[in-house]
Design a protein around this ligand. Structure first.
Ligand SMILES: [Zn+2]
Ligand SMILES: [Zn+2]
Length: 117
């Protein structure tokens, strides 16, 4: 369920940084919904050239947004990938990683003080 060698969040396309708030670009707000708390998903290093120079940034996301985007990207992926088909659900490593992320929405609010500040 979790093939550690594919970093699924790194496969998700993100909005262009010049269309984001600075805090979203800085990774202190969800790159999609702009929330500021509970951003467990590191979307990995990104390179943009919107300023004319290569610009490196590192967006983050909340779990619901990351899961939703993973599900969306997975449906696109399955249409295009030669190793995956919608009927057989034969998923390549990328698709398995995306599927794992898509299934990662917590069923209920996480109980217990996992990381209090
Ligand atoms: Zn979000
Ligand atoms: Zn595939």
């Amino acid at each position: 369920m979790n093939p550690g060698f594919v970093h699924a969040p790194g496969l998700l396309p993100v909005p262009r940084p010049d269309r984001l708030q600075p805090a979203q670009e800085a990774g202190t707000r969800c790159v999609w919904c702009r929330r500021t708390k509970d951003l467990p998903v590191d979307l990995g290093p990104r390179l943009s050239t919107h300023t004319g120079a290569v610009h490196r940034w590192r967006p983050r996301a909340c779990q619901p947004c990351a899961a939703r985007e993973a599900a969306r990207v997975l449906t696109i992926h399955i249409d295009r990938c030669g190793r995956c088909t919608p009927r057989a659900r034969y998923y390549c490593e990328d698709a398995l990683a995306l599927d794992g992320l898509a299934q990662s929405i917590p069923q209920a609010p996480a109980a217990g003080p996992r990381r209090r500040r």
